[in-house]
Write a protein that binds this ligand. Sequence first.
Ligand SMILES: [Zn+2]
Length: 452
Amino acid sequence: MIKVVNGRLPAEGGWRNQDLLICDGKIAAIGDLSALDTQETWDLLGMLVIPGLVDPHVHLDDPGFTWREDFATGSAAAAHGGVTTVIDMPETSLPNARTTEGLLAKWETVRAKAQVDYAFWGGVTGAEVQDGSFNRTMPALADLGVVGFKTYAISGMETYPRVSYGELREIMKQAAVLGLPVALHAEDYAVITQATLEIERRQGRSWQDYLDSRPAVAEQVAVAAAIQLAADTGAHLHIVHLSSGRGVELIRAAKARGISVTAETCPHYLVLAREDFTQWGARMKTTPPVREGWDQEVLWQALQEGTLDFVATDHASCEYPKEKATGSFFDAYAGIPGLETFLPLLWQEGYVQGRLSLLRFLQVTSEMAARLYGLHPRKGGLTVGADADFVVLNPAESWTIRGEQFFSRGKYTPFEGRRISAAVERTVVRGIVSFQKSGGMQSPIGDWIRRR
Ligand SMILES: [Zn+2]
């Protein structure tokens, strides 16, 4: 048993001194525990304690793309950034997690390397619908405890084909039977393919050309179509990395109609805008791309009011600068290593700036994702009986984001130089210290958390 004293926990209207008791990796009690004697006591000296963050959308690239990231470096980035649970995507590992064999091969590779707990997405593509195997692979993956199924309306990976809307409908029917969400990368294939062709005709290679090739309307067309398919099939639709204000309006209207839909956005859509490409170039290239200042404002409001359900990083690292400095913006790798800037940016730009209440900050960084993916109440909150996953934050230590200090293999960030007013002092997973400012990264202790 460990008694954690002199920590300040989130409470109604602010922060309150509360002790924690950890027993067998779980939170056994919260409150005034001064009368209790334990062998081990951690004195937090008035620092802040928040639930460990849950990042439900990461690409840790292992096995298969490990020159970009692997599970050791990616999960160390998580621990360094205060993220205690990551949910790894099925397409950025080879073999893909589209079959139980692929998923178990990934688990074998990563299980001894994890600094934090993890869950897995199941994969399904148009190929499994065409050959009919999705009716076997999806239930088998569900039996293993995947949190849902990831699909792409447009795919940049030959190894992970896109779905047509017809194929998506069949996948949704199966997912509805299984009671699992279908996540969609929502950018319309036909709109982007034609727009790209027009730009190739004029030999466009700049970031402005790239933005023109992936217009916000491509997102709106795909979101609108997927919402209709969710209404038709009864499946739960989750839109990943929503980037546009008009996309928010579609989600809001669908929720008002009672359609089972949720959506996430990412720190880069909240914090960056179009004009920032002049400074950061390909370092801030993602799919979909960062939009306008107007979109940014709508995304923040939607996050606070609940139209957007939570934030995910879409953590995707690459070999830098080689894969970003390719001469054409179109060939540059799309992805930002975000695990180490998730908590800092949401804290600073969300909570400290007053765009998010304290309660909403906690919900969008841990609780809501844990709920959607069947990890709650074990993950996503500081409650008695939950896993003792928490972050100790030092509110007196301000610091500056520097990519070179990342544990991620990708030591670059478009958030370089931003000042953050609180620092992660310690990251605790099931009562075990995974990262500590003085002492660095500890032994890997992460476990696979299966959907309940
Ligand atoms: Zn992604």
